[in-house]
Design a protein around this ligand. Structure first.
Ligand code: ADP
Ligand code: MG
Length: 286
């Protein structure tokens, strides 16, 4: 992690954890990776007014797999994540998560079905979206206690274990404004984990951070990948993507232009559009 501040190094290493790290396997997913399909999205279409943003996106994610979405601004990456999370309702296509009902869009989708989709995943946003008037602990237990009706004592114990694993145990009673951007974003990740989702969605989780804070957040996400979490990550951190991704999808103009393992897609892109995009990121001044 070349971006990690040396002063923060031990903390980042703690966050990256190991078998002996405090908190045991607090970062392990509820459902172990077994290679079966967790997400199958087919032909997802979405327009905003006359703007056709997604033009038939297919995406498959196996349990324990990390899929990275890359692509230019406006290519529809966020809309894909929001569709998977039930925050956006596609105009057409289908989404199936964890062998639940295959949701066919186009016809009205019952509210209960949409909520079932939303419950299966948790999203980490570019900006952490923590409640400013709540402490770190209150932010983390809000979802479990208010939405999932987890007993307060249980939620607190689980939140403390998670905070410990990302090196933030001592920030339990701090308010968001007292934390660095990197710490806030780590709390945002813990808040998503506390919901015990099957699928974690990250929308440019480090793009709002000062460069020296990027490493500590990527270290936590990398640890989650190693623990077997199933994740879809939108990021422009290509070095990180190369380390964690099983599959990379390049999105442009609302379609998946090309996809493949990072080693292939980053070094031998087949499509000219992919090559041009990678060049712009890797050599912005050329
Ligand atoms: P990306 O995340 O790749 O930058 P987005 O999915 O955020 O792309 O957006 C793709 C396009 O959809 C953009 O042109 C954006 O302005 C438009 N868009 C996204 N959300 C909305 C919305 N709620 N209402 C209208 N237009 C939207
Ligand atoms: Mg976006």
């Amino acid at each position: 992690m070349s971006h990690t501040d040396p002063a923060d190094h031990d903390e980042a290493a703690d966050a990256a954890g190991g078998p002996d790290a405090p908190g045991g396997d607090a970062l392990a997913p509820e459902v172990p990776a077994d290679d079966s399909m967790l997400v199958t999205a087919r032909g997802i279409r979405k327009s905003f007014g006359a703007n056709e943003v997604l033009r038939g996106v297919d995406l498959e994610v196996r349990r324990g797999e990390v899929v990275v979405l890359i692509g230019p601004s406006g290519s529809g990456k966020t809309t894909v994540l929001r569709s998977l999370n039930g925050l956006e309702t596609p105009d057409a296509g289908s989404i199936l998560v964890d062998g639940g009902p295959s949701i066919e869009f186009g016809a009205p989708v019952p509210k209960a079905t949409r909520f079932a989709l939303r419950d299966r995943s948790a999203m980490v946003f570019q900006h952490h979206n923590l409640f400013p008037h709540m402490t770190v602990l209150q932010n983390v237990i809000e979802g479990p206690t208010q939405v999932q009706r987890v007993p307060r004592a249980t939620a607190i114990a689980e939140a403390e274990a998670l905070l410990d694993r990302v090196g933030l145990a001592e920030k339990r009673d701090a308010y968001p404004f007292e934390l660095s951007g990197g710490q806030q974003q780590r709390v945002g990740i813990v808040r998503a984990l506390a919901l015990k989702p099957m699928l974690l969605l990250f929308d440019e989780p480090t793009s709002a951070l000062d460069p020296e804070l990027v490493g500590e957040v990527l270290a936590v996400i990398k640890e989650l990948a190693e623990e077997g979490w199933t994740m879809v990550i939108v990021t422009h951190e290509l070095g990180f993507a190369r380390q964690v991704a099983d599959e990379v999808l390049f999105l442009d103009g609302g379609v998946v232009v090309e996809q493949g393992p990072p080693k292939e897609l980053f070094t031998k892109p087949k499509e000219e559009r992919t090559r041009r995009f990678l060049d712009r990121i890797l050599r912005p001044l050329d």
